[in-house]
Design a protein around this ligand. Structure first.
Ligand code: SAH
Length: 343
């Protein structure tokens, strides 16, 4: 059985033709799925005979909402989603004045091993397929009853470690009969898999690239991000320059502030020097403390000082606005606590 959400319109149209049906049925089926009809027999303009053929070959891979939390502070919703094979992931819906945004996962777990991150503690369980990445938005939009207009690939997983499925997802999410979310409304966050950044650039992609930099030197970066042993900061930044040249898109550098590791005034100055002259934006993320390690977030004063040094040095910077603080919304914590209570 295949997940029908892994198919593009063209692929499903061809499948229809190969199975003796008209190609236009493909669009009808997808329209129902986006409207929230997830059983072939309930699709009113689809004849029973086609429904049966579909049922013999496909399932509609919409995950179940296992738990849902909603923040009283800002309306942020966190969904714990379960796939057919029992694997769990998290998606977070953030509600801004300019529209709804969703943070989705690209893998179950992650094998990148960043020391501060809860998603990587048990390694990578498996990749999500393009349809499974997409389905997070479909199910979220449906239960919300409002359009979701922005997507960030910042949930669990390393998107560029699941390159083929993620790039196919970028095609699916853009479909005008479906979610119709353009690449400019999508941000992909990566720890910096250099060859894949070049590949994305060569596709003339117009998504926003966010790079998890987290340090100005390879030495410091290696302490918190194993991927730094594979690619140097220079290699990452060269790939980013290529991306900017090819796409004209400004890059976001994410910088998780960890007390005593990368948060000093000297760190801020060295970071400014590193990024000076680049088309970029720095997003400071006070680290979310997790119980599995002892990393601490810096004081408010240190965070503000760090920000103002970057500003004074002419670097565009913001501190990540925290949302859903009352619902444990950050970084893989919900899935872990759920799995622990089930044990
Ligand atoms: N694999 C991708 C997506 C990861 S999550 C990447 O590395 O970019 C998105 C961002 O959250 C990354 O910048 C990641 O480094 C950061 N992050 C992960 N755990 C965190 C924590 N406990 N506190 C603050 N930021 C965290």
């Amino acid at each position: 059985m295949e997940n029908i959400l892994d198919y593009t319109l063209e692929e499903l149209s061809n499948w229809m033709k190969d199975n003796g049906e008209s190609a236009f049925r493909a669009k009808q089926v997808f329209s129902w799925i986006y409207k929230g009809v997830w059983i072939f027999e309930e699709m009113k303009n689809i004849p029973k005979s086609i429904g049966e053929k579909l049922n013999n070959h496909f399932y509609i891979g919409i995950p179940k909402i296992i738990e849902k939390f909603e923040s009283d502070i800002d309306g942020t919703q966190k969904l714990l989603l379960g796939f057919k094979d029992g694997n769990l992931i998290e998606s977070v819906i953030m509600r801004y004045k300019h529209g709804n945004s969703i943070c989705i996962s690209t893998q179950v777990g992650c094998r990148m091993g960043c020391t501060f991150c809860a998603s990587t503690l048990e390694g990578r369980i498996r990749n999500l397929t393009s349809g499974e990445i997409l389905a997070q938005i479909i199910v979220a939009q449906n239960q919300l009853g409002e359009r979701i207009s922005n997507v960030v690939l910042m949930g669990s997983g390393e998107p560029l470690d699941n390159y083929d499925n993620v790039t196919k997802f970028l095609e699916l999410v853009n479909a005008d009969y479906g979610l119709n979310i353009g690449q400019r409304h999508i941000t992909l966050s990566t720890c910096g898999i250099v060859p894949r950044i070049y590949e994305l650039a060569d596709k003339e992609s117009s998504i926003t690239l966010a790079i998890s930099l987290h340090a100005y030197s390879d030495e410091i970066r290696k302490n918190i991000m194993p991927v730094a042993n594979k690619y140097t900061i220079k290699e990452v930044l060269d790939a980013c320059k290529y991306y900017v040249d090819k796409t004209g898109r400004r890059i976001t550098y994410e910088y998780a502030l960890v007390s005593g590791i990368n948060d000093s005034a000297d760190d801020a100055k060295s970071l400014s020097k590193l990024l000076r002259g680049m088309l970029c934006h720095v997003n400071l993320i006070p680290v979310n403390e997790i119980k599995e390690n002892t990393l601490k977030r810096p004081s408010k004063k240190i965070i503000e000082d760090f920000e103002s040094i970057l500003k004074d040095e002419g670097i565009e910077v913001t501190v990540r606005r925290e949302m859903g603080n009352d619902i444990n919304a950050a970084c893989g914590q919900l899935r872990r606590s759920y799995i622990e209570t089930q044990k």
